[in-house]
Design a protein. Sequence first.
Length: 149
Amino acid sequence: MVIESYMLWVWLAVFTIMLIVEAVTQDLVSIWLALGAFISLILSIIPNIPYYVEIVVFVVVSFITLMFTRPLVKKMLKNQIRQTNADEFIGKEVIMLKDCNQDSSGEVKINDVVYTATSVDNKPISKGTHCLIVAIKGNKLVVKKMEVM
């Protein structure tokens, strides 16, 4: 048949496109399709194999490799939470520069930079109170009043 003579070029094109897509993206997106296309490319070299067999092999190989390896690869490449330099503020002791209450945010200073701060429990914190930074929410530091010992 005529179509079988072109399948070598079709599978070579699919294989090449899938490799290019894989190289351009950051996640594993098309490697499974590239493997299926590669196996079908090998089959297209063998004489007297119908094109529909190559298509079925492509679909089956791509699906099987996707189902068996994607969870493993995803687990290995799991995105971890990346710490930012602002995370070093958590756990630091600061002094409230401006009153903080439910209606308005307070201010604290770290390394000569003034940051907006809110109370962790929405209780008022007065100016001059020693606080502990417990979290960062958006662009605000979340603080809690330190207990005086």
